[in-house]
Design a protein around this ligand. Structure first.
Ligand code: ADP
Ligand code: MG
Length: 570
């Protein structure tokens, strides 16, 4: 039996690790399962390149709760460690065996999916355990098994053990303040949160399964129930597969796996898959959004090598796309040791612009391949597109191809089509094209009707960010101006037909005008009796466009869910 000191320069690093390294104690399990996964993936890699003579088989990782003994066991059938290796990898804090492995097998192992790299994960066990044991048997058959014990002080013991099965068992003696981790339900919750898509099967207890009856079963036959391993994860989630191998139904199935409580089906998906200049895979889904800009609780999840990291993807995914759902997985996203905070880094910016481009390309291709379907979905996706147009110039440029402008009558125009249609009819004296729109079909009904009677096209732009979008469009497109149907701007349009006949006599007009001007504040509104001559309404009250816009901007405060829109104040 050997005893010795753990090789760290700080006299007592454990209290430090315990308190400060990871703010979230629960991640110890993710770290230990990541190590067990790495150990198994290393074995898989070594057998695949013929470096070792053992068969890989079907290794699983097992988690066992021993409530009476106050112990939690994490057992793998991976590569194992000799006592020398334990000295090297475990006793040297911040020396990563995962990094060493990747360095050694650089060319062949770069896609092996090895997770670890800080050489600190193992010690997170001491956040919840007062004592930790490692019992390990190397894949190398001549090497005896080893047993390491440490009570959280820098002293450890290392001795021989009689374990014969290949692999490692980590035993945590759970501390008094962490007994929650002896509850099956709590462990299950953690496994589902962090390990649901990890690449090696993870067993937690057993479950009963009822076998389907064979087709020729007798009428009174009872279905047979068997006890099987309870495997908590899907080792090959859809995003790790090739798009060509997946059907529409597979994507929908994965969506349900990802968000079991979500009943609404996604509208479409975008499969991300790039390995240069950074590695990133994932699937994004467009949910049905309508005009709802509120963040849903089912957010995009970030993984690294199939290990769940966070559902706060701020900074990686452009803000306007955080309304989407799905997963992204990238080992190239730099995270600090607690993996919870992103650093602003070149790769991250490239990732954000890659995602933006992929989303724009997908929208373009959906529009091109099936315009009818795209139009049908428009109302549910427009908020993301409009917000993207406002916040990302690259996206704004690309959006020209697929952004739709629906009329109040349900015709969908692209910008080019709209412009072509109205350019000769709706111009003001300066030759500017006036785009008319309504924001509420019911409230602005009579104005809409009046404009239509004059042969004008009225759009229905009803999402909450439309005032900002209009500002953006007016400043980036030549010679156009938007006017809401109930504003006085509409009069700037040069009427082709000046000789409209009023339904009211001059006398009637005068008395109506007197009555109306008494009740309508003149500094805010204009009363027009002639404007609607050819329509069913006898008069119209309009508000100067600039006043209406000012009020709208103040109301939306340029803020809300997504912070400020600085461009609107330019
Ligand atoms: P990292 O995973 O970042 O390398 P850790 O502190 O999590 O750092 O683990 C340190 C090293 O200990 C690993 O790289 C690995 O070499 C070794 N190790 C830890 N757990 C196991 C295990 N279950 N089986 C084999 N080796 C392990
Ligand atoms: Mg690790």
């Amino acid at each position: 039996m050997a005893t010795g000191n753990i090789n760290v320069s700080v006299e007592n690093i454990f209290p430090l690790i315990k308190k400060f390294l990871y703010s979230d104690h629960e991640i110890f399990l993710r770290e230990l399962i990541s190590n067990a996964t790495d150990a198994t993936l290393k074995l898989k890699h070594l057998t695949s390149i013929g470096e070792v003579g053992v068969a890989y088989g079907n290794p699983v990782i097992e988690i066992k709760v021993d409530k009476e003994g106050k112990k939690l066991h994490i057992i793998d059938q991976g590569i194992g460690m000799s006592s020398d290796e334990i000295e090297k990898y475990i006793n040297e804090v911040a020396f990563s065996g995962a990094e060493e492995f990747l360095e050694k097998y650089k060319d062949s192992a770069k896609d092996s999916g090895i997770i670890g790299h800080f050489g600190l994960g193992f010690y997170s066990a001491f956040m919840v355990a007062e004592k930790v044991e490692i019992i390990s048997k190397s894949y190398n058959e001549d090497t005896p098994a080893a047993h390491w014990t440490c009570d959280g002080s820098p002293q450890f013991t290392l001795e021989a053990h009689d374990k014969t099965a290949r692999g490692t068992e980590i035993i945590l003696h759970i501390a008094e303040d962490s007994t929650e981790f002896l509850e099956d339900s709590r462990i299950n919750e953690l496994l589902v949160k962090y390990n649901k898509f990890m690449p090696i099967p993870i067993k937690f207890g057993t479950k009963e399964e009822t076998l389907p009856l064979p087709e020729d079963a007798a009428e009174d036959a009872k279905p047979e129930t068997v006890t099987i391993d309870n495997i908590i994860n899907n080792p090959t989630p859809a995003w790790t597969k090739q798009p060509a191998d997946l059907e529409d139904e597979d994507y929908k199935k994965f969506y349900r796996e990802l968000y079991p409580a979500q009943f609404e089906e996604p509208l479409f998906n975008i499969h991300l898959n790039v390995d240069y200049p950074f590695n990133l895979t994932g699937i994004l889904y467009f949910p049905k959004l309508g005009n709802d800009m509120n963040m849903q609780k089912d957010r995009i999840q970030l993984y690294q090598n199939q290990v769940y990291v966070t559902d706060n993807v701020e900074g990686i995914v452009p803000e306007f796309l955080t309304m989407l759902k799905g997963v992204i997985d990238s080992p190239d996203i730099p995270l600090n040791v607690s993996r919870s905070y992103l650093q602003a880094d070149g790769n991250v910016k490239k990732i954000a612009s890659y995602i933006t481009r992929k989303v724009a390309d997908k929208l373009s291709s959906l529009f091109k391949s099936n315009r009818e379907d795209f139009e049908a979905k428009w109302n549910d996706i427009k908020i993301v597109i409009e917000y993207g147009m406002l916040s990302e110039d690259k996206f704004f440029e690309k959006s020209e191809k697929f952004t739709l402008y629906p009329s109040v009558d349900g015709t969908y125009y692209t910008y080019a089509e709209l412009h072509e249609k109205i350019k000769d009819v709706q111009t003001d004296k300066d030759g500017k094209t006036i785009i008319l729109y309504a924001s509420n079909k019911d409230q602005q009904h009579s104005y809409i009707e009046a404009a239509k009677e004059k042969g004008y096209e009225v759009l229905l732009l009803d999402s909450p960010i439309v005032p900002h979008l209009i500002q953006k469009l007016e400043s980036s497109k030549e010679n156009i101006s938007f006017a809401r149907v109930d504003t006085d701007h509409i009069d700037n349009i040069i009427k082709k037909d000046e000789e409209a006949i009023s339904k009211l006599s001059d006398e009637e007009k005068e008395s109506l005008k007197t009555t109306l001007t008494e009740v309508v504040p003149a500094e805010k509104y204009t009363v027009q009796l002639e404007a609607m001559d050819s329509s069913a309404s006898p008069f119209m009250i309009t508000q100067p466009e600039f006043m209406r816009r000012m009020k709208e901007m103040q109301q939306s405060g340029g803020g809300g869910m997504f912070g400020n829109f600085p461009e609107m104040y330019n």
